[in-house]
Design a protein. Structure first.
Length: 66
């Protein structure tokens, strides 16, 4: 049979072990920064894609008119 002292010691060890296992994760601010940077990169990619398609259309109309 477990005595009160032994039980208390076991509970203390369990509590310490629980607190030592730290979950490695990103913070909310880090995730928001990544999201903002990703949004900027994607929006720049769409702007560049739009410019490229306009240039391709201009080139194709120049060749058709010749």
């Amino acid at each position: 049979m477990l005595t009160r002292k032994v039980l208390k010691r076991l509970l203390k060890k369990l509590f310490i072990l629980k607190n030592k296992t730290k979950l490695k994760a990103f913070t909310l601010s880090e995730m928001l920064v990544v999201l903002a940077i990703t949004a900027i990169v994607v929006s720049l990619a769409f702007v560049i894609l739009n410019l490229v398609t306009k240039q391709i259309q201009l080139i194709s109309t120049n060749y058709i008119n010749d």
